[in-house]
Design a protein around this ligand. Structure first.
Ligand code: AMP
Length: 272
């Protein structure tokens, strides 16, 4: 595995590759969820690039960019073991300059994860567009766990005619159903147990829907019943165009949930 730090070197290496390239963008602190994306990329491509870049532009002022977990050495080992071909770990200064052309997210960026952080998805799309330009992958891999991000990236690729195929990967979960996230490590043992109720509430919703109950309020109340002792930030039902809905449309509905444990926000969703 080769580690690349500079954009110039990356572009020069990329020009020498004519076989099928797969790309997995990450912010590091890699876990099994990230590894599942890398495995998928390995299966479907000849060469796999992974990027690790903690993007300052997607953090708002009250979110602590400086405390985002950094695990450089472990990440390098994980990527080498997963047989990544190129690991791109740029400095902030090589990605951003002064007074740049900016990208403005569409309306769907200002609900849910963008509601209290209106610049979040502008920052996500800005960096992902740069990475797509640098790596020029045939296939790019994103987790369904970040469903709103996935939707917006798919939309950007379409709107800007970017030549990469977005591959949506399933959420990897622990045995108890908890979606794997680097934030899980911040939970106390009791909180970890309680956190498994998040996926239980989503599975419960899916069961109710399979019995032909499509009323969002009724389903949401059942979910809240399971989560009654937890601090639910939101439960929202959207269609695949990320518009809020009041009736579930089969094969066109995503149920999204955020539960807070003190300052730790856990995201999850299910596609029904
Ligand atoms: P991050 O490093 O948090 O920006 O995540 C990088 C990629 O990994 C994103 O596309 C995430 O959606 C994806 N990801 C994070 N957690 C999981 C998981 N548990 N299962 C599958 N993909 C995940």
């Amino acid at each position: 595995m080769k580690i690349i730090k500079s954009t110039k070197e990356l572009q020069s290496i990329r020009r020498s590759i004519s076989t099928k390239v797969g790309f997995v963008p990450t912010m590091g602190a890699l876990h099994e969820g990230h590894i599942s994306l890398i495995k998928e990329a390995k299966k479907q491509n000849d060469i796999v690039f992974v990027s690790i870049f903690i993007n300052p532009k997607q953090f708002s002022i009250n979110e602590d960019f400086s405390s985002y977990p950094i695990k450089k050495e472990a990440d390098i080992k994980i990527c080498a073991l997963a047989k990544v071909d190129y690991l791109f770990m740029p400095e902030i200064s090589s990605i951003y300059s002064q007074n740049e052309v900016l990208i403005k997210s569409p309306n769907q960026s200002y609900i849910l994860e963008g509601f209290s952080r209106p610049d979040h998805f502008n920052g996500v799309l800005q960096v992902v567009l740069k990475l797509f330009g640098l790596i020029q992958a045939r296939n790019s891999y994103f987790g369904k766990k970040d469903a709103q991000q996935l939707f917006l990236i798919q939309k950007m690729v379409k709107n800007f005619f970017i030549n990469t195929q977005i591959i949506a990967c399933e959420t990897l979960r622990q045995n108890d159903g908890l979606a794997i996230s680097s934030r899980n490590t911040y939970l106390l043992p009791q909180e970890k147990k309680e956190a498994s109720l998040i996926s239980k509430s989503l599975y419960c919703a899916s069961r109710i829907i399979s019995k032909n109950e499509f009323d969002v309020n009724i389903i949401k109340n059942e979910m809240l019943n399971i989560l009654k002792n937890l601090n639910v930030e939101y439960i929202e039902f959207v269609n695949k165009n990320f518009q809020k809905i009041t009736k579930v449309e089969l094969k066109n509905t995503i149920i999204l949930i955020v539960v807070k444990f003190k300052t730790v926000r856990l995201l999850d969703n299910i596609w029904v």
